[in-house]
Design a protein around this ligand. Structure first.
Ligand code: 0WD
Ligand code: CA
Length: 380
């Protein structure tokens, strides 16, 4: 698709740096003041059980239990004999979120007494993970993405489509890589309890079908957002602040031994960690640093609000304002192009590193992702 010359009339501003058919991810274009990002408010939550069944409640919530001595967690334990892995060939798209929306419609539809009062008072519905990819795009050099967008009753729904490259990578994973993907979940099992006074049970079976997800509402510039993200656990102190401020994100990372490793950690990993937790207002990440054998040798807490200071001395480092301004402009771009309100029309936005974001339009295609049960119940 050819790009038109720059500085044509664009999404919303008079002086727009983008052509109307594509959107640049170049960092320099997004170095302006930090956009308005309202404190995210939790409007609900849901749980997925060991068989991936949806429940409109917090039954899968877990509680963080601070390890009392130097950890020495063996993240390889149980991989062969106590691990039930979610079937990632099942593409769930936005389905769980849509179920949550139907169960909680009264909390969302607002505009009062007008004829369209059943419509959601929201511009965008998506997964937090999709927004994380938008925030990090100006700095991403390896993995592109495709996002399917459908406008339905005034709301724009965004659902990821797996790229060819991602599908190939998934098929060609090494056994070592497969096992390392387990390590993150195993760390959760060492540090989380199922009940507020309980203890972690690292001897139990680990089932990655189970999930607890928060649903938050917020606003980025003039975009009203509703998104959901999986939350690892919460602070068990009854005096902890209300959600999402009581939530804790757990991560594992290779132990840092050299200045080069430290610099890479700041430049790449902290960007992903910051973007993912900043979006839903999760205030801290607890990181387990592990050696080559998968043994956690140190724990460190990273307050999200301190990450941008931590990286300030890093030359050529990422900037939160670039991430947020790009995301905001991307959403303006989507509003501008996805004009037809029709559940069977998909605008497919595609991006590869070092290229612009482009789009194509698809009617009644396999890209359609709003299920009939959702469209029908929202229309009735
Ligand atoms: O492409 C996606 N992100 C999709 C996610 C497509 C379809 C469904 N989902 C949903 C699932 O229902 C899952 O419960 O993803 C939920 C998590 O969504 P999210 O919070 O928006 O995703 P993200 O921020 O990318 O990942 C959060 C955690 C990951 O933890 P780490 O610490 O590694 O970032 O959710 C897990 C993973 O543990 N996770 C997933 N779980 C199920 N399905 C998926 C996935 N596709 N991707 C990440
Ligand atoms: Ca995690």
């Amino acid at each position: 698709r050819p790009n038109r010359p720059q500085n044509q009339s664009g999404p919303s501003r008079g002086q727009n740096p983008h052509s109307s058919l594509s959107l640049s991810t170049r960092r320099e274009l997004y170095e302006r003041d930090f956009p308005v990002y309202k404190q995210p408010v939790e409007v609900g939550c849901f749980s997925l059980d060991s068989e991936r069944r949806f429940f409109n409640d917090g039954r899968q919530m877990r509680y963080y239990v601070e390890p009392d001595r130097s950890p020495n967690f063996d993240l390889r334990d149980g991989y062969k004999d106590r691990f039930i892995k979610r079937d990632d060939s099942v593409k769930e798209k936005l389905d769980h979120m849509l179920r949550w929306i139907l169960a909680n419609r009264s909390k969302l539809s607002a505009r009062g007494t007008t004829a369209s009062s059943c419509d959601l008072d929201i511009d965008f519905v998506t997964w937090r993970g999709h927004l994380t990819k938008l925030l990090t795009a100006p700095y991403e050099t390896r993995e592109g993405w495709q996002l399917a967008v459908t406008r339905f009753r005034g709301t724009l729904y965004i659902s990821e489509v797996e790229t060819e490259a991602a599908r190939r990578d998934q098929e060609n994973r090494t056994e070592r890589h497969e096992e390392m993907m387990y390590w993150g979940y195993k760390f959760e099992q060492y540090t989380c309890a199922d009940t507020v006074h309980g203890r972690p049970d690292p001897g139990g079976v680990l089932n990655t079908n189970e999930a607890f997800c928060t649903v938050v509402q917020t606003r980025l510039a003039d975009h009203r957002l509703l998104f959901s993200g999986e939350v690892d656990c919460r602070d068990k102190d009854p005096n902890a602040p209300a959600a999402p401020a009581c939530y804790i994100e757990l991560k594992t990372s290779a132990e840092i031994c050299t200045p080069k490793q430290r610099s890479n950690f700041h430049r790449f990993k902290l960007l992903k960690w910051w973007a993912q937790s900043f979006l839903p207002g999760v205030p801290r990440v607890v990181a387990g640093f592990r050696d080559e054998e998968g043994v956690v040798v140190a724990l460190e807490t990273f307050p999200i609000s301190k990450i941008s200071h931590l990286i300030k001395n890093e030359p050529n480092c990422w900037k939160p304002t670039v991430c947020m301004n790009f995301c905001s402009d991307f959403l303006s771009f989507v509003k501008h192009i996805a004009t037809e309100d029709n559940p069977s029309v998909v605008y497919l936005l595609s991006w590869e590193p070092r290229r612009d974001v482009t789009f194509s339009v698809h009617r009644d295609s396999p890209y359609c992702f709003l299920p009939h049960w959702f469209v029908e119940e929202m229309t009735s």
